[in-house]
Write a protein that binds this ligand. Sequence first.
Ligand code: NAD
Ligand code: GLY
Length: 359
Amino acid sequence: MERIQVELGQRSYPIIIGEQLFSQAETWLESLRLRRVLIVTNDVVAPLYLASVEAVFQRLNIPFDHLILPDGESHKTLATLERIFARALELNLGRDVTMVALGGGVIGDMVGFAAACYQRGVPFVQIPTTLLAQVDSSVGGKTAVNHPLGKNMIGAFHQPALVLADTTTLNTLPDREFAAGMAEVIKYGIIWDPVFFQWLEHNQDALVARDSAALTYAIRRCCEIKAEVVAQDETEQGVRALLNLGHTFGHAIEAEMGYGSWLHGEAVAAGTVLACQLSAHLGWMTEQEVDRVSSLLAAFDLPLAPPPSMACADFLPHMQRDKKTLAGQIRFILPKGIGHAEVVAGITEPQLQQLIDGA
Ligand code: NAD
Ligand code: GLY
């Protein structure tokens, strides 16, 4: 069992990582002094894990209800959020409710945002069940829904009270979803920790085989890095932006291709390669370093280039709406070697055309 603390003063909370957590989750939930719980999940995760999670609240003697939403990124919308509010109001839930997000990043982001808004804010617990959610989205309090004009455009910062990452749940994750999570794992090595990147290179076979010890180490290291970054910069005024490596391009791919067509992690993988190629063009990365990044992503069958149908002109409107864009200037996260990255503005349209269109 691993315990990592996210240090945010009064809003600090622990991330618990381990196997078979649901059979012993009382230990951590008890300390939250919960009075009433609304578990929100989706129709893929519910048949797998809802009963085990409800059993914990039963053992704790805490009244609970649940809501099962339709699965998928295409449902990460204001309309779905309404369903959470409606259910909470139908059940007459007051400000003493704690919402529980049981699922991947889509459920976590939506439930976190619902908890931020419901009756001006109630607590919530993250129970992430995808690799991506366990290494990234469940930690740090970014919550949001998509808008047809942009990814994660409507949201709030709202920290969870607890994150419970049961690594056993990853056994049922489809290969494509597992790989998408690995894109975010690899991201941490590129922006923050060259030793971790090397460890990933050496352990890629064990990770592809979902070896439990290797996975637990990778999840722990990612959560340590994320906790450190979030503690330094909760609301992304500076260093937290680095966690968006590959996302400026990636969000554009997700929105342009239709939410859910390219998985978030797949779009981030292709975006990461573009960011590395841009860095190489600026002389900040060697071709050999770009190849190391591409090879590691390829080991998990992740895409290394954007969809051929997308030209630079298709990226630009999305990137101009990116949350990092300041005074009309698109800002990119660009690696400087492996293990360090910077936020960069001033990349010109011809440079982007050359990168994306090869023009
Ligand atoms: P997801 O939530 O759609 O989950 C992927 C798929 O796996 C879904 O079909 C889901 O139902 C299914 N699933 C979940 N757990 C399962 C399990 N244990 N076994 C079998 N199937 C399971 O996608 P995701 O990759 O977890 O999250 C992507 C979302 O996270 C995007 O919307 C992205 O914007 C967001 N995100 C947010 C942050 C943040 O900081 N808040 C960071 C990164 C990504
Ligand atoms: N996933 C990016 C962040 O949490 O800031």
